[in-house]
Ligand binder design. Structure first.
Ligand code: ADP
Ligand code: ADP
Length: 234
């Protein structure tokens, strides 16, 4: 069964003459373990799509199925609960807490969600090691490079073992070398650890790391490309 499936997903902001059709009938299905990039120019609806799938906003019409549940049929508390249990978010500006070190940052969402701190720290450390930050556990964000800060955010998103990772321009605040490293890491996370990732980006070089690129224009899917990667490449 797919992890994500949207049907005729439509979002209109505003009303009357000021109405903006940000998404217009998007059908998108993502299978377990897939790494999908949604690409398109600024204003094409990428953030809106990510927000609707992430349950951060509600569609004007159409449906969003996440791991077997129709988000549009649930109330706000139920959606919030699904977001906490089943989704991990990665942002352009990392959203780390400055006074906490890497391990504490990665463990915090699980602790806030009621997990025993020792267990949360164990899981956080495991993922920090997987993303190559085992030697930076006690560093604070200000002591880490941008690419390292994004790795902490990736470990934080993965440590609670979500069904879906949502990445919103994850390389938008990184130089080109760090960007490719982060895109390669997401690819590795999907192929090695079979995690499901939906990433939005306006950068074709970054989208090329995905298994599939969905092209969005004026709120519509206008094209789709499946990429063949050889195992272990990149
Ligand atoms: P992208 O992420 O591809 O840049 P967005 O999803 O942010 O695109 O925006 C799609 C369109 O919807 C744009 O025209 C944008 O200005 C508009 N839009 C996005 N959010 C809102 C909002 N909250 N209110 C009004 N218009 C919005
Ligand atoms: P992102 O960095 O995720 O693309 P944006 O900068 O596009 O986010 O938008 C930040 C916030 O402003 C979002 O909540 C979005 O819904 C809202 N927004 C985006 N475009 C518009 C707009 N044209 N009018 C009003 N709100 C907007």
């Amino acid at each position: 069964n797919p992890i994500v499936s949207t049907q005729a997903l439509t979002k209109v902001y505003g009303q009357g003459a000021a109405a903006v059709r940000a998404l217009d009938g998007v059908n998108l299905t993502i299978q377990p373990g897939e790494f999908v990039a949604v690409m398109g120019p600024s204003g094409c609806g990428k953030s809106t799509l990510l927000h609707l799938i992430g349950g951060l906003d509600r569609p004007t019409s159409g449906t969003v199925w996440l791991d077997g549940q129709d988000l549009t049929q649930l109330n706000d508390d139920q959606v919030t609960s699904i977001r906490r249990k089943k989704m991990g978010f990665i942002f352009q500006f990392f959203n780390l807490i400055p006074v906490l070190n890497a391990l504490e940052n990665a463990a915090l969402p699980m602790i806030l969600d009621g997990m025993r701190p020792a267990e949360a720290r164990k899981r956080a450390q495991e993922w920090l090691e997987r993303v190559g930050l085992g030697h930076r556990l006690t560093h604070r964000p200000s002591e880490l490079s941008g690419g390292e800060q994004q790795r902490v955010a990736i470990a934080r998103a993965l440590a609670s073992d979500p069904a879906l990772i949502l990445a919103d321009e994850p390389t938008g605040n990184l130089d080109s070398r760090a960007s490719e490293e982060i895109a390669g890491l997401l690819r590795q996370i999907s192929s090695t650890w079979e995690r499901t990732i939906l990433m939005v980006t306006h950068d074709a070089r970054i989208a090329a790391y995905a298994d599939r690129i969905v092209f969005l224009k004026d709120g519509k899917v206008v094209d789709e490309t499946i990429l063949e990667h050889r195992n272990g490449e990149q």
